[in-house]
Design a protein around this ligand. Structure first.
Ligand code: NAD
Length: 316
């Protein structure tokens, strides 16, 4: 049974990834510090199914701590590291830029350094569509210039991609950097738009929309995202940056209308000015993902939102 280390495995994408790995027969070690960015009890709940599996090990600890990283890798050997642990979210990164640097960049350096020391040769790294900044060419392709990050979060994700290349070049650690495009579905982080809007509309509470509602996002259903992660695990070799989106972009206003239709209730909208650090649009060109790892997103936004809202209705 191959051993996989998933950092950030208690989070939204991580917990789904752990479950899929276990269901496909991998042994999984999850390293997570249950960071209080959102309620850690949600993360404990995320892991309930995995914890019931005998091939699952949970290590509670911080990727920025060298001792923790060392003792985690001693529990290996790991064939692959799926590195998802990070401070996520654009807006808080403007408030706490140094903390984002510390966790995302130093933490990633610790992970790669441990891979070098312990001979791990394959890494899947969580990058982000935010690295494209306010790219004017759409859809966004991996060959586009991404030197103009407009938030500290985006800058840390770009830095991680660069660091990964250095370890590939010097140590031969094969890495696929997956640029995730706004992932949603059951267990989505509570501060993200789909989760927060749905919760408020269900309760008849106002939602806050920034700008004129025209900013657009390419939303990716979690099941499709995990398909891409699994395909990356099976195919990782060399160094590649790969967009993982749905390749459809939807405005904020369109998203709210879709949610209103599914929930069966009109929203109460409070308008606020456009937020610094937010990008105007995300829109993935996914041809590279299709050809390199056979990625093919299956879940339409409407289907995915219906699954999400059903989950939210059942979730206390
Ligand atoms: P999440 O916050 O739910 O998961 C991240 C996990 O990392 C959490 O469980 C957290 O406790 C853990 N973590 C944070 N700091 C840590 C540390 N110092 N040591 C150990 N664990 C730590 O976020 P998510 O939405 O699941 O995102 C997973 C990854 O994907 C992140 O790297 C994020 O930047 C990236 N990403 C997510 C999206 C998205 O739409 N969700 C989009 C682009 C990129």
């Amino acid at each position: 049974m191959s051993g996989v280390l998933v950092t950030g495995g208690a989070g939204f994408i991580g917990s789904h990834t752990c479950e899929r790995l276990l269901s496909e027969g991998y042994g999984v070690t999850c390293l997570d510090n249950f960071d209080p960015f959102y309620d850690p009890s949600i993360k404990r709940k995320n892991l309930e199914r995995s914890l019931a599996h005998r091939a699952f090990t949970l290590i509670e600890g911080d990727i920025t701590d060298p001792g923790t990283i060392r003792s985690t890798f001693e529990r290996g050997p790991f064939d692959v590291v799926i590195h998802l642990a990070a401070k996520a979210g654009v807006r808080p990164s403007i408030q706490f830029p140094l903390e984002y640097q510390r966790v995302n960049v130093l933490g990633t350096a610790q992970v790669f350094e441990a891979c070098r020391t312990f001979g791990v040769k394959k890494v899947i790294l969580a990058s982000s569509s935010s690295v494209y900044g306010n790219n004017t060419k759409v859809p966004y392709a991996e060959t586009d210039n991404v030197d103009r990050a407009i938030s500290p979060y985006a800058a840390t994700k770009k830095a991680c991609e660069v660091l990964a290349y250095t370890y590939y070049h010097l140590c031969g650690i094969a890495t696929f950097c997956l640029r995730f495009f706004t992932v949603y579905g059951p267990r989505q982080r509570p501060e993200m738009a789909i989760h927060s809007f749905s919760k408020h509309i269900l309760r008849g509470q106002p939602i806050v929309l920034y700008g004129d509602g025209g900013s657009c996002r390419d939303y990716t259903y979690i099941g499709d995202t995990v398909d891409a992660v699994m395909a990356a695990v099976r195919n990782v070799s060399g160094y590649e940056i790969i967009n993982v989106g749905r390749s459809e972009t939807v405005s904020l206003v369109e998203l709210v209308h879709l949610l209103e239709g599914i929930i069966g209730r009109e929203s109460i909208i409070q308008w606020q000015p456009f937020q610094a650090g937010d990008v105007e649009m995300t829109y993935a060109d996914i041809e590279k993902a299709r050809s390199l790892i056979g990625y093919s997103p299956k879940t339409s936004l409407k289907e995915g939102l219906e699954i999400f809202v059903n989950w939210l209705r059942r979730t206390p």
